[in-house]
Design a protein around this ligand. Sequence first.
Ligand SMILES: O=C[C@H](O)COP(=O)(O)O
Length: 278
Amino acid sequence: MSADQAAAEAAQQTRPAPRRVLVAGNWKMHHDHLETIRTLQELGLRLPEGASSRVEVVVHPPFTDLRSAQTTIEDRGLPLVLGAQHCYHQDAGAFTGEVAPPMLARLGVRYVLVGHSERRRLFGQDDQQVAATLQAIRRHGMVPVLCVGETEEERAAGATEERLAAQLTAALAGLDGEAVSALVVAYEPVWAIGTGQTATPEDAQAACAFIRGRLVEAHGPEAAAVRLLYGGSVTPETTLELLRGRDVDGLLVGGASLRADSFAAIVQAAMGARSTPR
Ligand SMILES: O=C[C@H](O)COP(=O)(O)O
């Protein structure tokens, strides 16, 4: 083997795994367990052939639906991955109303949202709790989906990057580049959540490029392989353009993921977004 070939092979081996497109549906406080079973069954019928080879499709139902979702996905062999919307940072104890990370892991949950703006705003989740929860999720072998984003006021004041940087710094302190590369970070501008006001593809790309650059700067070059999602009023019609952004690796979908037809249409559009892996 020539020196050039050896160098090319070495570069290939050290190149991080391609960033597979991820489309996640956050069902928030919608769908009881029967509705969840029905929606998953319909999704199974509607998802395009070969979807899972191109796009990783995740559903985040409410806690009470997780067991039903797990068995529906497993029994029917659906090309879906299970996610949760929240958890507490302790493994067990006197924490009435909370759910522990090992309980989710036992149910086959792979992804857990952490720091969603609704948790921060409505339930007082602060940066310290976000960081502790993120660590607890990792400790139990699941993947945190860290949500960050600016409010309308912060955007108007030109403070978007400052806000994103502060949230990332607080949540990821102490993690090296390799640990960061295994996470998912969702950019969710608060002003676009549930409002029908989607960020433009340019806005989404600019914010994701900033996040990736910031993570590399703070945690090292391996962090560049982190997957970045955009979330906020995504629809089947906006999917393709949003995913054209170089740094946008997927979508976190709220309202449009509740119905199997529109969620499947988003997955279908996402399948056409990338001809070559990044
Ligand atoms: O987690 C999902 C986001 O909050 C977006 O929700 P939305 O698509 O209903 O705006």
